[in-house]
Design a protein around this ligand. Structure first.
Ligand code: SAM
Length: 270
């Protein structure tokens, strides 16, 4: 079941009922969930800690409770379980064992940021947190460069400027982004603009608190643009650059995704 991402007023009456009816509440942090129960006016049931480290081991304990006919409510510190949070394994195990899984929908920072972003909502993808470094991060950024759907990412404040800079390098500096900060809280803020502007803002303002990035999808490739890219690639190849280097320099000069420039480069004669 979902719990507030900041504003306790977002705890739904149905969520309060579900907490009150639970024999056991699986939660990430007993103190935090204890405060939520107190706010909800629910007498604390038994709490079972299920976090990123304990979830694999706690699955059996939860299944035993369900087998014994107990009701288990699953909450996390904030938002919707299973969305960059524990819960996925518990739900899969309960469903596979034939138990009824009821959902109590409610706040999720990803959906809240998407709808407030002003970017297209018709098709979107959720990326959670990007891999922090290495080839995993590079490969994900390359894939995002050609992703046509609006992208929703979570990020920690101390990595915001770096991640925006990496996105600007991979997707092009003019791609639109919305950075949603501290949603539903006192200092809620939405920054909207191009990725290069977002980098400058993040470096200057060093925004704190919780953040979601919503990035516009790649525009459909315009064959007319391809002509300009191909002409620049041919010039770079004629000057002796390898296809990989030519693609990298043309991509950054023309502000097109590296993956697209490389795809056009490999089709050119060596
Ligand atoms: N399961 C949660 C949900 O449904 O939103 C997300 C949990 S994830 C561990 C925590 C991340 O969600 C934060 O690092 C931040 O990126 C985002 N987040 C959570 N609350 C937020 C808020 N009030 N405003 C902006 N982002 C938030």
């Amino acid at each position: 079941m979902a719990t507030p991402i900041g504003n306790l007023g977002d705890l739904s009456p149905r969520a309060v009922d579900a907490l009150a009816a639970a024999d056991v509440v699986a939660c990430e942090d007993t103190r935090r969930t204890g405060r939520l129960l107190e706010h909800a006016g629910v007498r604390a049931p038994r709490l079972l800690v299920v976090n990123d480290h304990t979830e694999p081991g706690q699955v059996r304990a939860v299944l035993e409770l369900l087998d014994a006919g107990r009701r288990v409510a699953v909450v996390t510190d904030a938002g919707t379980p299973g969305i960059s949070d524990p819960g996925e394994r518990l739900v899969a195990a309960a469903a596979n064992a034939g138990h009824v899984v009821e959902v109590v929908p409610g706040p999720s920072a990803a959906i809240a940021a998407l709808v407030a972003s002003g970017l297209p909502t018709g098709r979107f993808c959720f990326e959670g947190f990007l891999p922090r470094k290495g080839s995993g991060r590079r490969e994900r950024l390359d894939a995002l460069a050609v992703e046509p759907r609006t992208m929703v990412l979570y990020e920690a404040p101390h990595r915001l400027a770096r991640t925006l800079a990496d996105l600007a390098a991979a997707l092009g500096p003019s791609r639109r982004v919305a950075v949603a900060r501290e949603l539903t809280k006192l200092h809620e803020e939405l920054w909207r603009g191009p990725l290069d502007g977002a980098v400058a803002w993040a470096e200057a303002a060093a925004p704190r608190g919780e953040l979601v990035l919503v990035v516009a999808g790649a525009p459909a490739p315009d064959p007319a643009d391809d002509d300009a890219v191909v002409a620049a690639l041919e010039a770079a190849l004629a000057a002796g650059a390898s296809k990989r280097d030519a693609a990298a320099s043309v991509a950054s000069a023309l502000g097109v995704p590296k993956r697209r420039a490389y795809a056009l480069a490999v089709e050119l004669p060596s």
